[in-house]
Design a protein around this ligand. Structure first.
Ligand code: GDP
Ligand code: MG
Length: 379
């Protein structure tokens, strides 16, 4: 395929890579422990550096930006269509929702109380959240007389989940403004830079002129990482020196986009310590500054959440939404978790459209969220 430009030597297995915890700021207490740390499985982890402090010597040694190759998909994914990639990415969650539900019916035909209790546990295990699980269970209990066998139970569950997705507001229509400015936010390590790289690649392939603002100026490596993605995606980049004012980078990027006739601008931002007021203030300043150069910009505020952080993602969403008014969510790393039920939890608890889901590290693994396909892949 056309991904030779993504080729990069990597000696770690994909399995290790996908099991890796967030790369940055592993000491950031706002990011919970990864569910299954793999020894040596991280790709070039960075030593944590507190805000305002110099990075440790280790961090300097490892300052090489981290950009995964795109074609390291496992054999069963390679050359397959988007749906197959989605299915493969959701396999851990699907095991809970299918194999384990099948097991509930072993030696039984009808739904009984024990079974409902076990099903409730499965949904919680898949991280659908307590409230959503209770809600779904109530409705399933009401339909129990009609359910005979695992496949009927799965069909009912599928319907219930789809109902949540359909109740959500639809993402805004195709961009009308040119340049269309998308500010990308989220805590460290969730996949902002990677998601921008993938989106930029998609847009470029569709013939759009793309520009990226490297407004995570906190570390030189972050700017470098964004630049590599931009080059691979065939996108332009506006970058300043590290520690430059991110709002100035954002302003210059829109300025350049206006004069160059760019179609779409992605603004990468820092994600350090989202509980600290100063980061939120910094991001709000970026948002205001974009509007100074181009009224109505940013047209989208895309919040990136990491599925492996489970319910914690919901509190991040509330916080960012309150500060910035989030217009859409990209949920990454669904391939690294059995807790894909977080998708249902997000859709049922937040009134924000889920726009994209990430089911792996290559460009094809960032997909537009399609509710029907998602439930079909899940069961
Ligand atoms: P940022 O700090 O928010 O900019 O996060 P990065 O874009 O640097 O991503 C952190 C790590 O997550 C990188 O190793 C990415 O390759 C990885 N990542 C991002 N999205 C996905 C995904 O959908 N699946 C997997 N397995 N890894 C992902
Ligand atoms: Mg980044």
């Amino acid at each position: 395929m056309a991904f030779n430009w993504f080729k990069k030597k990597k000696d770690k297995t994909r399995e290790q890579a996908t099991g890796a915890p967030p790369i940055d700021d592993q000491n950031d207490e706002t990011i919970p422990e990864p569910e299954a740390p793999v020894d040596g499985g991280m790709i070039e982890p960075e030593a944590p550096a507190a805000e305002g402090e110099d990075a440790s010597p280790v961090a300097k040694e490892e300052a090489a930006p981290e950009v995964p190759p795109a074609d390291d998909a496992p054999a069963e994914k390679k050359g397959k269509g988007l749906f197959a990639r989605l299915k493969s990415g959701l396999s851990k969650t699907r095991k809970i929702l299918t194999t384990d539900i099948d097991d509930l019916f072993l030696g039984k035909k009808l739904v009984d109380d024990d079974m409902l209790e076990e099903l409730e546990e499965l949904l919680i295990t898949a991280d659908m959240g307590v409230r959503t699980t209770m809600d779904i269970m109530e409705r399933i209990a009401g339909k129990r007389s009609r359910i005979a066998g695992a496949s009927q139970l799965k069909a009912v569950l599928k319907e219930e989940i789809l109902a949540y997705f359909e109740a959500l507001p639809a993402p805004a229509a195709e961009p009308a403004a040119k340049p269309h400015v998308v500010m990308v936010v989220g805590v460290n390590g969730v996949g902002k830079t990677t998601t921008i790289g993938k989106l930029a690649a998609h847009e470029s392939r569709n013939g759009k002129k793309v520009l990226i603002a490297a407004a995570d100026t906190f570390r030189a490596a972050a700017i470098e990482q964004m630049s590599i993605w931009a080059e691979r995606a065939g996108a332009e980049i506006v970058r300043h020196k590290d520690h430059a004012d991110p709002a100035a980078v954002a302003y210059d990027s829109v300025d350049a986009a206006v004069s160059r006739g760019t179609d779409i601008v992605f603004v990468d931002t820092a994600g350090r310590l989202h509980t600290k007021v100063n980061l939120m203030e910094e991001i709000k300043k970026i948002q205001r500054t974009l509007a100074k150069r181009l009224p109505d910009a940013p047209h989208e505020v895309l919040l990136v959440l990491d599925a492996t952080t489970g319910q914690n993602a919901l509190s991040q969403a509330r916080m960012f939404n309150e500060a910035l008014g989030v217009t859409g969510i990209a949920l990454t790393k669904l391939d690294g978790t059995a807790k894909g039920g977080i998708v249902v939890s997000i859709c049922s608890s937040l009134n924000i459209p889920l726009k994209y889901i990430g089911v792996g590290e290559s460009v094809e693994d960032l997909q537009a969220f399609d509710p029907k396909q998602f439930v079909d892949a899940l069961f």
